[in-house]
Write a protein that binds this ligand. Structure first.
Ligand code: SAM
Ligand code: SF4
Length: 476
């Protein structure tokens, strides 16, 4: 993966261990025997997250639910009585990781811990997880999180095989409390699930149908976030711009963007991931009207070949995608554009790959996330013939990434001498070294003599560039 852009995969600064008191009464019988968890571990949880920002944010909400039930968060599974894995199954490797984590508990299964699997692998594998790892007591898919408090209560009461696997809900996952990992930048899911049907993608199966959250609930939460000192919000959804306000207000996505930006205290609004088919003129008009809307659009293309896009059931052609790019480029200020690309989709030819490479030339992306096609259960592409070998997929990925490296080398070196406003989010161990994000979502590592910059907005002049990294110094 070419990761010059940071799209939320960074390690956030943790505030783990915040206790809300300890009123948990748990019957620790995860393996069917009486509890063996020492008293000092009671009411503690460990939560590890795999995958995308939506999973990161779901985990923040799950942590909120647990903290409000009196649990305390700890930093290792060894010091927890409840161990949860919030999983990702978008590619096979991610799903395998979870089973290797669960395997670590095979030898420890008499210690009385409760083990739970949440998220996409939970939804995908369902009750089979109990067969593969009988020491697991809770399996809950992302579409059932609104039932989590009830499911946890059953686990706490000693039930050993508790599942939440429904996807037939029209509700979103609302919590009383969300324990956010980052004190300045907040994620906020505005639409859950997905109604598109890309032939390679397991998300519609694991996350269920599309459900948009009420605009008044979103705006209320943004207001609370601003009061708590958050200045940047990132609106999330698998297809964030397909948002349809379920209230009588009927706000369009672009109207919601403007309303969020209008909340006092909010300085930056991001949104990801946009689907090309739903990317309309009014979103660009909103970007033009309000500079608090960040100048970055993540617009996954997946392939530059219309033939492959059709096989992927992506609902647009190469030409239609390029029209959307032209729309974004017509904005009054420069907008960074990033994308996702899959290589080695069944039947992809050398000519198809050439078309993807020529699309990179045409668009001049600021960053790409590139993946080898990974066959997933429950997806139509599983049945397709003309499978590309792993070796060939790796070769194509390398060709693609080399092309993008050349583009980025030019783009990044052209930024030397420019000044950007950064929200400072990290401090290096090296003295006077900091890092932050631009509005266009680039990370810049910079030097400053100032002692306390975390969470502040500063001007930084770029002094050097590599294809994946910018360095700079604080501007006076
Ligand atoms: N909803 C977003 C969209 O439509 O572009 C993407 C969500 S998905 C979590 C993130 C990315 O994972 C996709 O854009 C795609 O490039 C990649 N992806 C999804 N399924 C994949 C698969 N089976 N093999 C390889 N990459 C995959
Ligand atoms: Fe998956 Fe396609 Fe939905 Fe994105 S739009 S989540 S790639 S099905």
């Amino acid at each position: 993966m070419n990761k010059s852009f940071d799209i939320g995969l960074e390690q956030l600064t943790g505030t783990a261990g915040v206790s809300m008191g300890n009123s948990v009464s748990t019957k620790y019988a995860g393996d069917g025997t009486e509890a063996a968890v020492p008293d000092r571990l009671r009411g503690t949880f460990f939560l590890e997250t795999f995958g995308c920002q939506m999973n990161d944010h779901d985990s923040e909400k799950v942590a909120g639910v647990l903290l409000s039930r009196g649990y305390r968060q700890v930093e290792s599974p060894e010091s927890a009585s409840l161990v949860l894995y919030n999983t990702c199954s978008i590619r096979e490797k991610a799903a395998q990781k979870v089973f290797s984590r669960l395997g670590e508990f095979r030898v420890k299964q008499n210690e009385g811990r409760i083990i739970g699997v949440l998220g996409c692998v939970a939804q995908q594998e369902g009750e089979d997880i109990f067969e593969r790892a009988p020491w697991v007591s809770l399996v809950c898919g992302a579409a059932s999180y609104r039932k989590l408090p009830e499911l946890l209560a059953r686990v706490e009461a000693g039930n050993q095989r508790v599942t939440g696997l429904d996807t037939d809900t029209d509700e979103t996952f609302e919590t009383e409390m969300t324990r956010r990992d980052n004190p300045w930048r907040a994620y906020l899911t505005i639409i859950e699930g997905c109604d598109k049907a890309c032939s390679y993608c397991v998300v519609p199966y694991t996350r269920g149908p599309e459900r948009s959250r009420a605009s008044d609930a979103i705006l209320r939460e943004v207001r609370q976030l601003a009061e708590l000192g958050y200045s940047e919000v990132q609106l999330l959804g698998q297809t964030v711009n397909s948002y349809k306000d379920p209230t009588t207000r009927g706000m369009r996505f672009s109207e919601l963007l403007l309303a969020v930006a209008d909340e006092p205290g909010i300085r930056r609004v991001r949104f990801t991931t946009s689907h090309p088919s739903d990317f309309t003129r009014d979103i660009v008009d909103a970007l033009d009207a309000q500079t608090k809307l960040c100048n970055h659009v993540h617009l996954p293309v997946q392939s530059g070949s219309t033939r492959v896009l059709r096989a992927m059931q992506r609902t647009y052609s190469r030409e239609e995608y390029l029209e959307k790019i032209a729309l974004i480029r017509s904005a009054k200020r420069p907008i960074s554009i990033t994308t996702d690309i899959i290589v080695g989709f069944p039947g992809e030819t050398e000519e198809d790959l050439r078309e993807t490479l020529s699309l990179l030339d045409a668009v001049q992306y600021d960053g790409i996330f590139s993946f080898k096609y990974s066959p997933r259960p429950h997806t139509p592409s599983l049945a397709m013939s003309d499978i590309i070998s792993e070796e060939e997929k790796s070769r194509r990925l390398a060709v693609l990434q080399e092309k993008q490296r050349e583009i980025q080398t030019k783009k990044y070196s052209a930024l030397v001498g420019e000044t950007f406003e950064l929200l400072v989010g990290g401090k290096s161990r090296r003295e006077n070294q900091w890092s932050g994000h631009t509005s266009c979502h680039r990370v810049i590592n910079f030097s400053s003599q100032e002692p306390a910059l975390l969470g502040k907005y500063v001007q930084v002049r770029v002094t050097g560039a590599t294809p994946n990294c910018l360095v700079g110094e604080q501007a006076p």
